[in-house]
Design a protein around this ligand. Sequence first.
Ligand code: ADP
Length: 620
Amino acid sequence: MRPTTTVPETSGHPDELIEAAIAVNQAPTLREAFQVLAELGLRVLGADRLGVSLWEDGLEHVAAAGDEGLSIPGDERIAKALETGEPDVDNHSDPGSAIATVLIVPLVTESTRAVFHASWRTLLTDDEAARATELLQSLSRLSSLAERSPRERERTRLDSVLDGVADGVIVADGLTVTVNAAARAMLALPPDIAYQTSLFNPRTLEGEPFDLVADTVPGTSVIESGESGRFRIRATALDGRELVLDGSVSPVSGGAVIVFRDVTYEHAREVLNERTLYALFNSLPIPLTVGAAGTREFLSANQAFLDLTGFERDEIVGVRPPFPWWDPEEDGTRGFEPGSVVHRVYRRKDGRPLPVEVSSHGIPGDDGEVVLLLAMITDLTEKRRLDQQLVQSGKLAAIGELAAGVAHEINNPLFAILGLTEFLLKESEPESRQRQRLELIQQTGLEIKEIVRALLDFARENADERHVVPLEDVVHSTIDLVRRTNAHKGIELVDVYDDSGAHIQGSPNQLKQIFLNLIANARQAMPNGGTVRVDVRREGDHVLASVSDDGPGIAPDLLDRIFEPFFTTKRLTGGTGLGLSVSLGIAEAHGGSLTATSEVEHGATFTLRLPVAVEELETA
Ligand code: ADP
């Protein structure tokens, strides 16, 4: 005989259902709602046991009512029902077992995967089983009310608030991930992204905040991260756009809140600005340095500065005063005041002096205080040499003018002397003593006339007037001047020409100055006398004029310093150290060069090398 049925005829009393609905709706969590439903179900269905299991990471039995002694259905059956969404009735159980009938009803909604299962100690007829299934289904559907529980409603309200925020917000609380509308738009995420936990993996919400961001936002690489969870990351939106996001992450219990903005364009602009600025800084021909205003730490220098001083970038970045390019004798603190312009002498890495002008500019920070000092360095070596050359040329011009005046003054009385001598000579007895003396006067007078002519020649020309002349002539007239003014006192002066007569284009006066300097140096090098040999010869497209002496020569370590302005070993005897630097300047201004070779104890040779005049090359 079949056991009596226990399933009521109606699908539960309406009052009871309404009451249940209210209770379910008010339950603070889904689990508590399930508990209410389990107890109600037990009564309404007349079952011996009613349970609810929830499938999340695995199966969990979350609510139960009724006979504790009845076991719950096997996991496989529950899994199958969840998979198919179909109820499962087994009312033909083994008569020997405690349970006669088991009913499984799955509930699969957007947010919930649950199973309601009722058990009876007695067998149900097929009709009863069908009615019980129907009843359990409507009961289970009630649980959807719980999804609108106060907490859920709170959440919905929060979601709509978050959707109104312009920044992207991702809230991960360990169970669910909420992504606001702005974040979805930025990352091109589908509307139901909140449940795509493979993209937003709540498990990674532990550990370093940036790992968290990196694991939470797709395609992320961290550009930079700062204090209190600030970050700048690269991310790939689901539609393939490459983004740069800037924001912060703050841990909250069980998860984190990530707030960010799309700064892709700003970032690109910043990078561009930064790179452009750096490229500009580094490629400017003006030597520039940047230092910290407070600590005076040296922060950066451009290539022009490195080239000028000979230091490598990593040798000087980070150094503090005294800087390695300061002259230890100098007061290093000058030039640090913003707006100041000071003249100083730096030392290159190889020890050579470097006259410079340093002008400092203050760069203010956000608060208006000067935080950085930008210094512009001007190399004054060339300027000083040009200044000196100008002074020398000026002096030369002044001497020229003076000479012209003096020559005129001399010429007139000389004219009278020579005229009168001529007259007296005609009147004198041939072979007489008187005639011999008059001839001597005449000869000396003519010599004076020659000197005057040479001086006038010298004066007639502007210091920098250019002519096409044989270099030989320039040398020749310089030697002539030296001889006539006896500037070669104590030495033997030998001049040798190769007869090529090669022309150069230039200012004979300035070139004369080179030879006068070289001959004067040679003479000063040989206080006890010696020979100075001046040699002019053509070599291909150049004319060379060298001045050699057999004095003490120049020590190798001094050889490349003698052309520096102000370098002199004759400080005590009034040397200026300008002769050679001015001469080099003139040579270079003529497109030529001036070099020195020397063997210690075997004299020195200075060679001026000038290009043959174009006119001559063309006619050749
Ligand atoms: P100054 O003659 O005023 O010292 P210069 O520029 O003409 O300046 O020369 C620089 C230095 O070069 C001299 O002080 C000297 O040491 C060296 N020098 C120049 N010419 C000779 C030379 N012919 N023999 C030896 N040393 C020389």
